[in-house]
Design a protein around this ligand. Structure first.
Ligand code: PLP
Length: 382
């Protein structure tokens, strides 16, 4: 294989200058355990960075959602609302707690949870005497949902909000950090996210007592006793001290990573400005997106090619592109769940899934690599 055919990934890890030093420190002090000084420091530094009371470092973003649901006492027979246009990890923890899911559509302006759909779902739930125990709002592809509208609705019905900010660390909503506007926020440091610890997550909140409880459950719910004593179900969910060291290094370059991803987006936007039928995910006026992934819709009637055909053509050139998330209300796993579309006659997420395309967007994508992607796409258009 020639160098020019080197694989281009959708979103690959991008290490900074300090991660190795933090890892070396963990080795030198033999803190190769879950917990340790890097974990404490990573929690403190992340909470400071996003401007929130506290944080609990965990081994995944999924674990963070699970602990938030557990704190909100979600259990058998309860209902939880969740954005439909997302990765399955947003909803799986609801199943761990044996509760029922109701999915909420996207709005066209931000591709995130539709306030009108949420309102209809809340009205119906109140009528049925089954208000949700929580609403999981996903901030898709680096952009915050319209949190003012969503929080107003949820506050009216006194339903707590969990912000799934796995994809939006570094984004803002009206000047506030994405992930800090609900009762709980969660971040992910999986390998494909804007910063990574290879695997990891964070639960954040201003409710420090809630975070203390989450920390307790995440370490096998060990009671205070010299022997091993347990009165509640616990989990092994904490982050290792070595990986927290990587996270500390990554956090220091987060702002740079955001700027690099936005620059990647801008270059795609300029390159395809003249293509009829390409429409980029809009950036809502209320905030700043990280453009974690450059996402767009492809109108076959206007440009003569489908998103699926572009993905296949890029794949032949060893370039990874993807459709947008398949909506969860379309997944076999959730086929019995209720769904509220944006408009009674129009499901936005279904349209986005049918036409959506995510292009390689890594902060370490070189100019040459991006040129390859751009030519690969343009070759499909003739
Ligand atoms: C990645 C992701 C998660 C899960 O994070 P993990 O750390 O992989 O468990 C949850 N929600 C969304 C929207 C994600 O993209």
């Amino acid at each position: 294989m020639t160098v020019t055919n080197k694989r281009i990934y959708l979103s690959s890890p991008h290490m900074g200058a300090l991660e190795q030093e933090f890892i070396a420190e963990a080795f030198a002090t033999n803190w190769i355990a879950p917990l340790g000084p890097h974990v404490d420091a990573f929690e403190r530094e992340l909470a400071e960075h996003v401007g929130i009371g506290g944080a609990v470092a965990l081994n995944s973003g999924t674990a963070a959602i699970h602990l938030a649901l557990r704190f909100l006492d979600v259990a058998t027979g309860d209902v939880v609302f969740c954005s439909t246009l997302t990765f399955v990890a947003s909803a799986n923890p609801v199943l761990y707690q044996r509760a029922e899911l109701v999915f909420i559509d996207s709005e066209p302006q931000s591709w995130n949870m539709s306030p009108p759909a949420l309102e209809r779902a809340l009205v119906a739930a109140e009528k049925a005497g089954r208000l949700p125990k929580a609403v999981i709002v996903v901030n898709l592809y680096g952009q915050s949902a319209d949190m003012t509208a969503i929080m107003q609705l949820c506050n009216r019905y006194e339903v707590p909000v969990i912000e799934d900010a796995a994809e939006s660390l570094g984004a803002t909503y009206q000047g506030q950090a994405s992930g800090t506007l609900g009762k709980f926020g969660i971040y992910s440091f999986n390998g494909n996210k804007i910063i990574t610890t290879s695997g990891g997550g964070m639960l954040v909140s201003d409710d420090l007592a809630a975070l203390e409880k989450a920390r307790f459950w995440a370490t096998q719910a060990r009671d205070v006793a010299p022997h091993y004593q347990h009165s509640e179900i616990g989990y092994n969910y904490r982050l290792s001290n070595v990986l927290a060291g990587i996270g500390r290094g990554q956090l220091r370059v987060l702002a740079e990573r955001v700027n690099a991803r936005r620059a990647v987006f801008e270059r795609y936007q300029a390159a395809f400005a003249a293509v009829a039928g390409f429409e980029f995910m809009p950036e809502a006026a209320y905030g700043r997106s990280t453009r974690w992934l450059t996402a767009l819709t492809v109108d076959q009637k206007r440009c003569g090619v489908t998103a699926v055909e572009i993905i296949a053509a890029l794949s032949e050139q060893n370039i990874e592109a993807r459709p947008v998330w398949k909506p969860l209300h379309r997944q076999p796993l959730f086929e019995h769940c209720a769904y509220y579309p944006h408009d009674v006659n129009a499901s936005i997420s279904d349209r986005l899934f049918a036409n959506g395309l995510c292009l390689p967007s890594g902060s370490n994508l070189t100019g040459e690599e991006q040129s390859r992607v751009i030519s690969g796409v343009k070759d499909c258009l003739v």
